[in-house]
Design a binder for this molecule. Sequence first.
Ligand code: PMP
Length: 446
Amino acid sequence: MSEIEYRLPQKRAIVTELPGPASRALDARRRATVAAGVGSSVPVYAADADGGVLVDVDGNSLIDLGSGIAVTSVGASDAAVAEAVREQVGHFTHTCFMVTPYEGYVRVAEELSALTPGDHDKRTVLFNSGAEAVENAVKVARLATGRDAIVAFDHAYHGRTNLTMALTAKSMPYKTNFGPFAPEVYRMPMSYPYRDEAGLTGEQAARRTITQIEKQIGADSVAAIIIEPIQGEGGFIVPAPGFLPTLAAWAKENGVVFIADEVQSGFARTGTWFACEDEGVVPDIITMAKGIAGGLPLSAITGRADLLDKVHPGGLGGTYGGNPIACAAALATIDTMRALDLPARARHIEELAMTRLRALAADVPAIGDVRGRGAMIAVEFVKPGTTEPDAELTKTVSAKALEQGVILLTCGTYGNIVRLLPPLVIGDELLSDALSVIEDIVRTAA
Ligand code: PMP
């Protein structure tokens, strides 16, 4: 692994109460002008960020275990990304690829063809957000198959646009009162080893799902199955081994497009470039966003050429999709990920964090499960001796972590999961410090 150079000191340093006076002043201005519907889980305002730290407007240096929800995998100010952006801005900021194309877009597509699983002929389209990528994967699947039905899963999260709200499982806060939702979306059981009946294998869980698909929809009506290989917002749920390959094989046999939504799990996060590689699953279409461009808004779908090229010219695109600055950032991000071997770094983070969190779980009955892969790690809190979710304790743990200078996000259908999503460039010492903070808090709070 190459040495990582940092611009900011990689240390936790609290110099004011949290949030401090400058953050509180900004927050008062925000309340008067930014709509209440936009939430922020951490009440401090950012001034700078690099490697594993985020410095707030009061000068507090916090350990970032969130990466802006799995986005800044190469850090929030990677030198190569910053330089690529500066260089591109000096030439052109936008032409619209649908008007005057440029090489950066083509190069990103070439990279994604090479990086995504499978050596078949592939095509790529670039967009701005994860939700937009998901919407377009579904458009392609419907057009290519001539079918309507889309299968999504319990605990799924796919976005906040109308179709992706329909695909998303959780009502509050994502869907409540925002309907009516897009039709022809069917929700099926996920494999959730911690909460499934004991001993249920991945293959059995997949058969249970397949039976329901065949009975409730009919295989011939299904355009696509869309699934997060490791679920993100729903609770970092890692399906039992065999679940994904069995579903993918059924999809293939039945002419159903298998879409892996790797918006959160992709781009080196789980120790491979994409989480579906872990079981050798080759999706027909893969959606990507978060880690792809070092924080710049870029998303993509890459998939089988025979599916994507069925769409007529003009059917896919958007004014900003594949913006040249975002493409330059993506190319630099991919270079950095390769140079630092960030998939290996994610596996190293797993080793460090899992060992300590599993030891903690052995001592703390309120920890029901510790799971995840690479640098996508979750701790599920329950009432001791039961599997009843403990959302209150989860909130307490993340609030107390912030007080001590650690940004720790929560997730899960039941709101009872803390998730670790550090930048992959976080140093061992900083990560160890954050883990010590979490251990102390959990031991005391539980
Ligand atoms: N799919 C998955 C798996 C996600 O985790 C997210 C974002 N959390 C999305 C789609 C939506 O991405 P965006 O917020 O960029 O629209």
